[in-house]
Design a protein around this ligand. Structure first.
Ligand code: AR6
Length: 176
């Protein structure tokens, strides 16, 4: 187990291209697909992914479920359901932290060494990006402190502006 700094990476690019043990999908509670990163993951994985998702009976907000990765370079997809931003007074922060934690627990239980996350809830679901990146970094950092197995957690950013927010959050891990 390396220092925490070595175990957190920030990558700018498309998460469907990453050769990690598991990529996390920003899904919705039906798990039946959608737009954004969910659409990209389903397109890259092929129709077998949707077929497996249909057997899972959906997923609660704040939780996550595992499937295989099919045609993706990643072996597994962990489908996490983040909250829709509704102003912050409806437990959004707790739900967002919970879906990061649940994804990490599932990855660890599955024996994954490497996992990559998109910025869950910050697209179609409207979560403010600076707050969401703080929560993501804080939750991942806490998890890595007590989990010796996971080697690297990658925050995969679609653009450089988001990557800069993660760099700041990693430099000053606040309360999230
Ligand atoms: N690789 C990495 N990041 C990406 C990619 C990609 N290929 N595509 C988009 N992003 P969103 P949400 C970023 O909207 O807000 C779907 O319809 C994007 O820039 O994908 O959790 C689901 O089915 C943003 O920073 O997810 C749900 O209904 C982040 O991924 C709903 O959207 C998340 O944006 C979930 O909304």
């Amino acid at each position: 187990m390396g220092a925490l700094d070595d175990r957190i990476r920030i990558h700018t690019g498309d998460i469907t291209r990453l050769s990690v043990d598991a990529i996390v999908n920003a899904a919705n509670s039906s798990l039946l697909g959608g737009g954004g990163v969910d659409g990209a993951i389903h397109r890259a994985a092929g129709p077998e992914l949707a077929a497996e998702c249909r057997t899972l009976n959906g997923c609660e907000t704040g939780d996550a479920k595992l499937t295989r990765g099919y045609r993706l370079p990643a072996r597994y997809v962990i489908h996490a359901v983040g909250p829709v931003w509704q102003g912050g007074g409806l437990g959004e922060a707790k739900l967002l932290a919970s879906c990061y934690r649940r994804s990490l627990e599932i990855a660890s239980d599955q024996g994954c060494l490497t996992i990559a996350f998109p910025a869950i809830s910050t697209g179609i679901y409207g979560y403010p990006k600076d707050e969401a990146t703080g929560i993501a970094v804080h939750t991942v950092t806490d998890f890595l402190r007590q989990d010796p197995q996971l080697e690297t957690v990658t925050f995969c950013c679609f653009d450089e502006r988001l990557a800069e927010l993660y760099r700041r959050a990693v430099a000053v891990p606040g309360e999230g």
